[in-house]
Design a protein around this ligand. Structure first.
Ligand code: SAH
Ligand code: DHB
Ligand code: MG
Length: 225
């Protein structure tokens, strides 16, 4: 993306963030701890985090499932949307990420409503199913992009009519349209979207986004049957 274009996106992102977001010690600390621990800076942006929180509130979610915790930045946003007695399960592969996330969630006062599970999502999802967890009201898919097709199947298994499914990073600087891409991430989000399109239980759209973190987008679907 041209430098000038990215500069405008970042300025506009800052303009709206400054207007709409109160400074928030727990969220700021989470990003700072992530940085200190050398976690990749691929968390959702503040405005996107708030978008997730609003979605959870609008849908009245009491049970939320997140795939890909990283340092728990998006987890804090989503957990804050929960009503009294609500629960969020978040799945993370890397023990270091989970450790940092756990401290960040603790600091944010959210650990009492968050169940953080370490391991490959395909394994922790299997365990959740075996436990009879779910149905979840909102499912946020944000782990490895190559796994998205499989995560969609799991999301459907763990949902009910009305469940909202959101997947991050489905545009990837526009590279999603490259059918011949050798990038497993691109192939993952393409196959995911094709599965969504072919799934009669889902009604879906994609919201393209620009901002401080460049050009990307969310896929959003609701389970209709
Ligand atoms: N949702 C976070 C960002 C997640 S980044 C936020 O916006 O703040 C993607 C995360 O998925 C990384 O922490 C990565 O370790 C994790 N991940 C990658 N492969 C995974 C897998 N197979 N199972 C579970 N988590 C995985
Ligand atoms: C990547 C992953 C993410 O979840 C994200 O928001 C941005 C980038 C990545 O793996 O490149
Ligand atoms: Mg993401």
């Amino acid at each position: 993306m041209a430098d000038e274009t990215q500069k405008v996106w970042s300025e506009v992102d800052r303009y709206f963030s400054d207007l709409l977001m109160k400074s928030d010690a727990a969220l700021d600390a989470a990003l700072e701890e992530n940085r200190k621990a050398n976690l990749p800076a691929i968390d959702v942006t503040p405005l996107q985090g708030k978008f997730l929180e609003l979605l959870a509130r609008i849908s009245g979610a009491r049970k939320i499932l997140e795939l890909g915790t990283l340092g728990g930045y998006s987890t804090i946003w989503l957990a804050r949307a929960l009503p009294e007695g609500g629960q969020l399960v978040t799945l993370e592969l890397e023990p270091l990420h989970a450790e940092v996330a756990s401290a960040n969630l603790q600091r944010a006062g959210m650990m009492n409503r968050v169940d953080l599970r370490v391991g490959r999502a395909v394994d922790t999802l299997k365990a959740l199913e075996a436990e009879g967890a779910g149905p979840f009201d909102l499912i946020f898919i944000d782990a490895d992009k190559s796994g998205y097709p499989e995560y969609l199947e799991w999301a459907l298994k763990l949902s009910r009519a009305g469940t909202v499914i959101v997947a991050d990073n489905v545009v990837r600087d526009g590279n999603v349209v490259d059918a011949d891409s050798a990038d497993v991430n691109i192939q993952g989000v393409r196959q995911f979207t094709e599965l969504v399109a072919a799934e009669p239980r889902l009604s879906a759209t994609v919201l393209q986004t620009v901002g401080a973190k460049g050009y990307d987008g969310f896929a959003m679907a609701v389970v209709v049957a």
